[in-house]
Design a protein around this ligand. Sequence first.
Ligand code: F0G
Length: 351
Amino acid sequence: MWTGLLDKYRAYLPVTDKTPNITLHEGNTPLVKLDNFVRQEVGLDLNVYVKFEGLNPTGSFKDRGMFLAISKAAEAGSQAVICASTGNTSASAAAYAARAGLKCFVLIPDGNIALGKLSQAMIHGAKVLAIDGNFDDALAAVKEISQKYPVTLVNSLNPFRIEGQKTGAFEISEQLGRAPDYHFVPVGNAGNITAYWQGYQEWQSAGQIQGLPRLMGFQAAGAAPIVDGQPIKDPRTIATAIKIGNPASWRRAEAARDESHGVIEKVTDAQITAAQIALAAREGIFCEPASAASIAGLLKKAKEGIFQQGDTAVCVLTGHGLKDPDRAIAVAPPVSKTSADVQEIAELIGL
Ligand code: F0G
């Protein structure tokens, strides 16, 4: 029986016998091969897989790091945790804090987080504060609060978040039986690309894999500070999860890019949306917009001709599509209204 990341990867995590295991049995997400989509879109004999992190307990990859951040906060005797969030971190923090019996405070940019994520933070009993400002403003505030008051920061500046998230690289390597040639990942606050690079390097040092992947990070075009080389005051993108103008792990993301001989580039909202729809409609996999940035990135690089026949690429689908139902309804083909008349229905569906 799968019982979560601590039981599986204890030897590689910064825990002791005293660390409680606050788990929702996170991890062990499927690595699914894309068949239809790759043949049609890429036109190459590529092995493309998606790591469907939307199937974690709260619907995003955040659970990998949050289980550990909350377990360590509980071990240290903390009574409360706080985070800024574009939505998924707050959903995960709220759930794990509830399980640990800790108070949870979350700051979100008012009007800019997807409905599913907001509902999660609320139902798990977090105190949700919608601030008049963007994610970067919220992050600055929670950093200061965690320094001044007895409350533990659980954004990815908390090193235990990165330590937990690195297990994604372990799992992918185990599922493939090797490291992929390319690892595509959306970049927002840049914790995940940092964690994956650390994870692949540790797994190599542990003798579990030989080679290392190139890390291919993708930001949304209107929120691409790392690509543009400067913070963005007013980031814009439909992919609200990665609507971030001044990422906390900026330098570490650049190090991951450079050390792995990868790239950090941008994809447009139109490319992100097209990738989200294609994945859902042709492969049956529903991810949220930010996650589709990894697929959009793969398609962009395929068009540029970087791949060779037989290469293996993994795209991380960081969050489930149900997180942002408004967006899906806005971009999908419309619903048709009809009476219950069989003739009318048959005509409508072309029978
Ligand atoms: N994809 C999704 C679905 C996310 O929620 C995030 C980040 C990212 C990608 C980017 O990952 O920040 O490690 O580079 N969401 C954070 C949050 C910022 O508050 O939920 P990153």
